[in-house]
Ligand binder design. Sequence first.
Ligand code: BEZ
Length: 159
Amino acid sequence: MKVGEKIRNVPVQRIVDGDVQQIDLAQYSSGKTIILVAVPGAFTPTCSDAHVPGYLTSVEAFWEKGVDEIVILAANDFFVVKNWEDQLKPDKHVQFMADGSQAFAKAADLALDLTEIGLGVRSQRYAAVIRDSRVQHIAIEPDATVVTTSGAQDILQNI
Ligand code: BEZ
């Protein structure tokens, strides 16, 4: 995934009212400004304690900058991601989605192999500003266990 590129039309999933929906993020972000926050896993310490909460406490600043939605994309199955969403209770404009087979991460060339530590193939930790389906800015963490440039405050400076 690179600046200027259209994001890939590989389906990700979410559960709404008990139904599993397949979402094409390229179509979903058409005509909108979306912040895509991809994490290696729901419930991991960095994701639950630092990365995602940083966005949840800054939602107003994103809406003031014209962002339509924040999409948290976790490299887990949709049952796990729904449970995580229910625990974090986000604003209604923060959508939690699942990349359970890492199809989106692989298509974007952002898969992360954590097999050696027992987590299998996941996603790199990154955040991207997507305008009308195209990548305007992307920050990929060199160490997926740490939040630096993909955190909410840095991304707010790049909208
Ligand atoms: C985390 O805390 O987010 C994390 C832990 C191990 C591997 C990847 C991420």
